[in-house]
Design a protein around this ligand. Structure first.
Ligand code: FAD
Length: 393
């Protein structure tokens, strides 16, 4: 005889735990199953161990989705402020780092502890190391078969995340369940991921490996101003991770290094006041020395500034602020912070996250085709979509 519960949540990550605690608070009996040995492993490693748990500028425009309106309802009903209030109730100290990104002062583990405490208070049962073998549906109920027996539930919530970082237990399980129940998928792909370069370009840029600079990275009409990092594999840093979610194979990206510096004025003024300087000396006052040297040498800007025409100075500026690069690819799911695509939002109800054609089946968090920018937006989606389902199950 199968055990019974009102709700089974598969996945004890950010979205699953939020959903479970809210459903438990509403008096539902809830069992959470996770194949991992510990809950919230991605929370634990997030934000360099301090968890960038939300962003105070959260709005639908910071999310990518086949339907940009889908996320509005859930984000409006459980906001960044609602999550901050929970964090404060648990006396977790936090700070804003930059661009509205909120981090724990001490440790991401505080967020996991908070969610576990709330789950315990709401009498949620958490089963770790639980392998789900099969899911069946009969007479309007779900039978979830695990190694240690079956559980029957009227509501089944899939919160197993995306494919990113398989080393940490990411499985693509949600996509298989969606397929089993006939829900469409938007092709998953790695997002918030470093971009790689072809071997020839990589060798040319090898002298820059390790350099970080403020930059604006553009792809079509989308652009981000954050740090750019040259690596031994290609390009990384927040600006690249952001643009990677928009970039597609074969596309170019544009790099504007130090977009706030008016290099033409800088160079003209230096030419007027001290024309015996070399270009790289002047550039070195505004750029890392190695990058200044690279710009001068790779483009052959030798000699004194005094001997350089306005046209040549414009070429120097272009060499700094008009890069067009065609990445060869991305580092893939191995290092991607998120998975783009996923369960097609057309198949889900935006208020409840319930599958329109399969009553009682819910999908929340990263497995859904809603992906945030870097900066706490993805956790906010996990909290908001988890809460929406927790209110409905
Ligand atoms: P997850 O957190 O991935 O949880 C899924 C859960 O399901 C896991 O516990 C997993 O063990 C379980 N599971 C998977 N398959 C199965 C299965 N077959 N059976 C049973 N259980 C299963 N976002 C931010 O907003 N801020 C950050 O600072 C941030 N930092 C990040 C740093 C890194 C290195 C990475 C990889 C991601 C980061 N993210 C960050 C993204 C964020 O972690 C995710 O968007 C978020 O965790 C998604 O929540 P989720 O609950 O949908 O999925």
């Amino acid at each position: 005889m199968a055990a019974r519960s009102d709700v089974v949540v598969i996945g004890a990550g950010a979205a699953g735990m939020m959903c479970a605690l809210r459903a438990g608070q509403r008096g539902r009996s809830v069992v959470v199953l996770d194949h991992a040995r510990a809950p919230g492993e991605k929370i634990r490693i997030s934000g360099g161990g301090r968890c960038n748990f939300t962003n105070i500028h959260t709005s639908p425009k910071s999310f990518l989705s086949g339907n940009p309106h889908f996320c509005k309802s859930a984000l409006a009903r459980f906001t960044a402020q609602d999550f901050i209030a929970m964090v404060e109730r648990h006396k977790i100290a936090w700070h804003e780092k930059t661009l509205g990104q909120l981090f724990c002062d001490v440790s991401a583990k505080d967020i996991i502890r908070m969610l576990l405490d709330e789950m315990r208070a709401a009498a949620v049962e958490l089963r770790l190391g639980a392998q789900v073998e099969a899911i069946e549906r009969s007479a309007g109920e779900f039978v979830i078969r695990t190694e240690s027996g079956a559980i029957t539930a009227r509501s089944l919530v899939i919160a197993t995340g995306g494919k990113s970082i398989p080393k940490m237990g990411a499985t693509g399980f949600a996509y298989r369940i969606a397929e089993q129940f006939g829900l469409p998928l938007v092709e998953p792909r790695p997002g918030l991921v470093p971009l790689t370069l072809d071997p020839v370009l990589l060798e040319r840029l090898a002298p820059l490996s390790g350099i970080a600079v403020p930059a604006e990275i553009r792809h079509g009409r989308t652009s981000f101003r954050e740090a750019l990092l040259f690596t031994h594999r290609g390009l990384s840093g927040p600006a690249i991770l952001q643009i990677s979610s928009y970039w597609r194979e074969g596309d170019d990206i544009a790099l504007v290094i130090e977009p706030d510096v008016d290099f033409l004025s800088v160079l003209k003024s230096a030419r007027q006041h001290n024309g015996r300087q070399a270009v790289q000396t002047v550039l070195g006052e505004h750029l890392p020395k190695r990058l200044a040297q690279y710009i001068a040498e790779a483009h052959g800007f030798a000699g004194h500034l005094a001997d350089m025409s306005d046209k040549v100075l414009a070429k120097v500026v272009a060499a700094i602020q008009s890069w067009a690069i065609r990445p060869a690819g991305s580092e893939g799911y191995r290092t991607a912070e998120v998975t783009l695509g996923g369960i097609d939002t057309a198949a889900l109800d935006q208020k409840t996250m319930q599958a329109k054609d399969v009553p009682g089946l819910y999908f929340i968090g990263e497995c859904v085709d809603v992906t945030g920018w870097l900066g706490g937006y993805n956790f906010q989606w996990a909290w908001s979509s988890g809460y929406a389902a927790g209110e409905a199950v």
